[in-house]
Design a protein around this ligand. Structure first.
Ligand code: HEM
Length: 384
């Protein structure tokens, strides 16, 4: 899953913003009755542990690199954030595109294999497929193979777990197809077992649900002559942590020329206040100056944002009088933007229990005096 840093009082998150690369939009299939468009989620997959071990001990610098939004999990597998697609929780079907690139390099064995942009297809009948872009360049370029969204694995699928309308599939078994095997120059045969696939998808943000009134407790009926037995149920709830997780670690803004505005969206972040103290929290962000590879800069103040925030429901009923509210920070315009610390979202004392999802539309005003180039900056979100 996404980057996660938790502590009782503060959490830090850094995300790189690279400017100059246009975001790609994936067209979704026409919506059917219960089909929803994907707005978030991630796919966790290691491809094949033995291959990671083989390449990982090689002489690549580094042997395994992640980019374009993919991140490396603590256990060595990879996390690809969702970029689009649709799913139907009731039918248990999904076609979800995920973004990001993993590069396996082994110069001594003269190969580089790039695995990118996995797409998970889940049919309702227990079968599915994993599609991806896979490129092999070997023997100094004399061996090359490029697969574009090819079916590299067949997947045994199970019904998704459904939480708040979001679906998750865990540990789906994957098997290499013959086209997938082709990308490994005959070192694997079709039918080889791959690492299990765990994936999730959630809908694009919707309005938070109305808080539900708890139902009046009903007196149990006592038909004449029957006996009854009572059980007292107790549960100890100890305070948890205040945590921050992000659906991704990189944002590519749209391409722009001097005088224009480059735009994009912050990866959704989730704040969970499980401390049980209801003492409020504040999530603030600040960006560094944007620096180009050529040494030019665009000052941090030129990045503006329009924050969004929504309470993430769990399907459980809160106790009477307990409310969970989150408020987005004020929009800040390019020019007077994120050079200083600005609030992305906050929850006040008395209504901060539970989880909230925050995001922001980003706009970087490119000064007319800017040199052309690929600029990047790091936006740090701090939760306290
Ligand atoms: C097109 C170039 C190459 C590709 C795509 C490739 C790929 C692979 C793959 C997929 C494996 C199996 C890893 C596993 O799951 O255990 C493997 C193993 C191996 N390869 Fe390569 N390889 C290439 C070139 C080479 C070369 C040139 C050498 C020798 C100089 C080599 C030596 C080995 C050895 C010794 C193993 C067994 C490693 C082990 O058991 O740990 N490979 N290779």
């Amino acid at each position: 899953m996404g980057t996660s840093h938790g502590s009782h009082r503060a959490a830090l998150l850094a995300g790189a913003l690279a400017l100059g690369v246009a975001t790609s939009l994936i067209a979704a299939a026409p919506a059917m009755a219960a089909e929803v468009k994907v707005g978030g989620g991630s796919l966790d997959w290691g491809f094949k542990a033995s291959f990671r071990a083989y390449v990982g001990t090689g002489n690549g610098t580094p042997p395994i690199a992640v980019k374009d939004g993919a991140t490396r999990n603590a256990d060595g597998t990879f996390d690809f954030p969702a970029t689009g697609g649709t799913y139907d929780a009731a039918a248990g079907t999904a076609k979800v595109t995920y973004g990001g690139t993993v590069v396996f390099s082994y110069p001594l064995h003269m190969f580089e294999i790039t695995l990118a942009n996995p797409t998970l297809v889940v049919d309702g009948d227990g079968t599915g497929a994993l599609l991806a872009d896979v490129d092999l360049v070997a023997n100094g370029g004399s061996t090359e193979q490029h697969l574009d969204q090819a079916e590299i694995a067949t997947v045994v699928t199970t019904a998704p777990a459904v939480t708040d309308g979001a679906v998750s599939f865990s540990n789906l078994a994957g098997t290499l197809t013959s086209s997938g095997a082709g990308a490994f120059a005959g070192f694997y045969s079709a039918g080889s077992a791959l690492d299990p696939i765990t994936a999730s998808a959630s809908a694009t943000a919707t309005e938070p649900e109305e808080p539900q009134e708890p139902e009046e407790p009903q007196e149990p009926e006592q038909p004449g002559g029957s006996s009854s037995a009572a059980q007292k149920i107790t549960a100890a709830v100890s305070g948890g942590a205040l945590t921050l997780t992000s659906a991704g670690s990189a944002v590519a803004l749209s391409a722009a020329t001097p005088g224009q505005t480059a735009t994009g969206n912050l990866n959704a972040v989730t704040v969970s206040d499980l401390r049980g103290t209801n003492s409020g929290w504040d999530l603030v962000g600040q960006v560094t100056d944007f620096a180009s590879t050529g040494g030019a800069t665009i000052p941090a103040a030129n990045l503006g944002w329009t924050p969004t925030a929504a309470v993430a429901g769990t399907g459980l009923v809160a106790a009477n009088g307990v409310t969970n509210a989150v408020a987005p920070g004020s929009p800040v315009a390019p020019g007077t933007g994120l050079g200083a610390s600005r609030t992305l979202c906050k929850a006040d004392t008395g209504s901060s229990l539970g989880s909230s999802t925050c995001g922001a539309a980003l706009s970087l005003g490119i000064p007319e005096s800017s040199a052309a180039g690929e600029y990047s900056a790091v936006l740090t979100l701090t939760l306290a």
